[in-house]
Design a protein around this ligand. Sequence first.
Ligand code: CU
Length: 283
Amino acid sequence: MTAALFAVVAAALSACGTSAVQGELKNGYLPHGVTDNSRLVTDIWVGSWIAALAVGALVLGLTFWCMAVYRKKKDDDTLPPQLQYNVPLEILYTVVPVLMVTVIFYWTAKFETDIYSTDKPATNVVNVVGKQWSWDINYVSGSAHTVGEHAQMRAGKPGVEATLPTLYLPVNERTEFQLTSRDVIHSFWVPQFLQKLDMIPGRVNIMQVTPTEEGTYKGKCAELCGAYHSQMLFNVKVVSRAEYDQYIKDLKANGGDGLLDNGNNRMPIIEKDERKLENTGSN
Ligand SMILES: [Cu+2]
């Protein structure tokens, strides 16, 4: 049964042609990932689904098989063999799920450690600051900043998207995001990065990412943070190093010189975490 299911899934996956819809099935309907972590995230996502579907098919298959084979027959009032209080069976019921959870836990912990590792040196450091209901961006490495304004979506009127705060990133360079909040808990989420991290008042959370494809992507707050949470949006532009340097230069010439102070946050950053921002000089 399991082997048959794997064959079906494998056939479905390998049959993926150029069609966009089938391509999405191949990624387990995740958005197309655009960082060096995307392959890993997609693999654990698809692998988990295959394992879950295999277990589901096995359990449902055995259930229906029992219902069909051991159904009550006409004029047969004898009870089938009763299997309750069967110790070996009960041990099996316990050991198998524990093994399954252990495997899921092991791989999740291993992948998560890899994906959120901050061991490699980053060539670009950005302090993204969440606030009700927009984003301030401190380009620490370039010593420049932008101040986000709460977007008025006005029931889907066109053109608003272009007014959203835009985070620029150089392509194929490791960027370290130092995530802070001015007020309540927010969450820094670029869906196509396939990973996100909370922004906690008083804390500095760190996530490193290497965007591998130039383009414009959507960013959102992923933590319900008040009345206009749904309008807490931003754009991400992944550009060449030259374009990035030009952008920072323009920013500095147009009032965005230097960094915004995290000392203005409603809750000061706790001492232990201050060191994470120290090298940035933004405090
Ligand atoms: Cu928020």
